[in-house]
Ligand binder design. Structure first.
Ligand code: AMP
Length: 415
């Protein structure tokens, strides 16, 4: 369906043309008519589906020609990276509409904070904010909601997982009851339904196939021991010299620095990004990666959601994410907006049950690759494995009681 058929005005259509968006994605086709009609909405959609534009476009349509100077729309998001990214998308899509927007998030410098406060006092149409920072602003009485119309909660499941439930309820208590509320979430656990019942009125619902990786991602697993992972990483990276943008995910912040150190030893240009870095360092790392100055970004799950960097060729999971949903988010960084991408997951014995949960969630078996012979043999797949990440301790035969002189020898030599 074209955006014109969705009834968006000329200014918005012009911006879409400028952005190169030709056809609406399914979430846009589903959500835009409800939002234009003033309905509350629960939308279950992952990142990569075009969900940001699904709520930004109808809001821009409604704001076209309005001249208020107080906050019209509040978009609450879990992370500062997502806040910045959504605000940038608003700027692109509002190129021909006179709309002001600002992103407010924690972790910036004192100067950022002053700019954000000033912008708020002077008034802005769309505020994109993380919950903690927003709440402190509201408590200081800086925000004017007298002409408020739209509340959007994006990645609501992530916000609840991050412990923002109370903050969200407090934020909502500052907002006028008469408003349109849109809730976007990648998953719909009971706690999201409960939140939705509290804050939405007679909502429409849209569910896009939940928790399915984009069709363009080719997925693969290597079953291996921890001490084979670095060599395996090198093997995968060496086999794809043509790839210019690669993300390696790991669940631990410490591992980020270790992997970067090892990659650099192998001669691969790489940069780590985790919550250990301050805001400016994280942005600089992302800028380097976006502009392809850095070929490989090593990141924790903070980066697995929402972050939109185009043309990522490959995602490598150095370990299985704790949460099966995060697997879908991690590999969703590649093959965005209908392109193709590759994903490799390195799975040790300890992570095999996690792999099995991922396969259940995505309702598909992920091909298990054999590791190159030169690296030895990896563990066999056992979804109920209780093993660790290391090869089994060498087994020693009990000394036969009849031959006390014989020294014990290992019977199996696992790699
Ligand atoms: P999102 O799910 O909002 O993170 O969007 C994923 C990516 O798709 C972003 O880079 C958007 O700019 C892009 N995108 C969104 N809508 C469209 C569309 N209709 N056509 C092409 N690309 C789109």
């Amino acid at each position: 369906m074209t955006f014109k058929e969705l009834g968006l005005n000329e200014q918005v259509l012009e911006a879409l043309d400028y952005m190169g968006f030709e056809k609406a994605t399914p979430i846009q086709e589903g959500a835009i008519p409800f939002i234009l009609n003033g309905k509350d909405l629960i939308a279950c959609a992952q990142t990569g589906t075009g969900k940001t534009a699904a709520f930004v476009l109808p809001i821009l349509h409604k704001l076209t020609g309005k001249k208020d100077t107080s906050i019209n729309t509040l978009i609450v998001v879990p992370t500062r990276e997502l806040a910045i990214q959504i605000e940038q998308e608003i700027q692109g899509l509002s190129y021909f509409v006179s709309v002001g927007s600002i992103a407010i998030y924690g972790g910036g410098s004192g100067q950022d904070w002053e700019i954000q406060k000033k912008a708020l006092k002077e008034g802005t149409d769309i505020l994109v904010a993380t919950p903690g920072k927003l709440l402190s602003l509201l408590q200081m009485g800086y925000a004017d909601f007298s002409k408020f119309e739209h509340l959007i909660l994006d990645e609501a499941d992530k916000m609840l997982d991050m412990g923002f439930t109370d903050d969200l309820e407090k934020i909502i208590s500052y907002l006028p009851k008469k408003r349109q509320t849109l809730l976007f979430s990648a998953t719909m656990p009971t706690k999201i339904r409960t939140l939705a019942e509290k804050i939405l009125v007679a909502p429409e619902q849209i569910t896009l196939s939940i928790s399915k990786p984009a069709a363009g991602v080719s997925q693969n697993v290597f079953l291996c021991y921890d001490n084979q992972k670095n060599a395996l990483l090198k093997h995968i990276l060496d086999s794809r010299p043509e790839y210019t943008s690669i993300i390696i995910f790991t669940s631990s912040k410490i591992k980020v620095s270790e992997i970067v150190r090892d990659l650099r030893k192998f001669g691969f240009k790489s940069q780590g990004v985790s919550s250990n870095l301050d805001q400016e360092q994280r942005e600089e790392a992302l800028r380097g990666f976006r502009s392809k100055r850095t070929r490989i970004l090593v990141a924790t799950d903070v980066m697995s959601r929402g972050i939109d960097i185009k043309e990522i060729n490959m995602v490598i999971n150095y370990d299985c994410p704790r949460d099966a949903e995060d697997y879908v988010h991690r590999i969703g960084r590649t093959a965005r907006a209908n392109t193709k991408g590759e994903a490799y997951t390195l799975v040790n014995e300890k992570d095999m049950p996690k792999l099995s949960r991922i396969e259940q969630l995505i309702e598909a078996e992920i091909p298990k690759n054999t590791i190159p012979e030169a690296l030895g043999s990896g563990p066999a797949y056992n979804p109920k494995s209780k093993g660790s990440g290391s090869p089994k301790k060498k087994n020693f035969r009990k000394k036969p009681s009849s031959n006390n002189n014989q020294t014990a020898k290992p019977v199996s030599k696992a790699n």
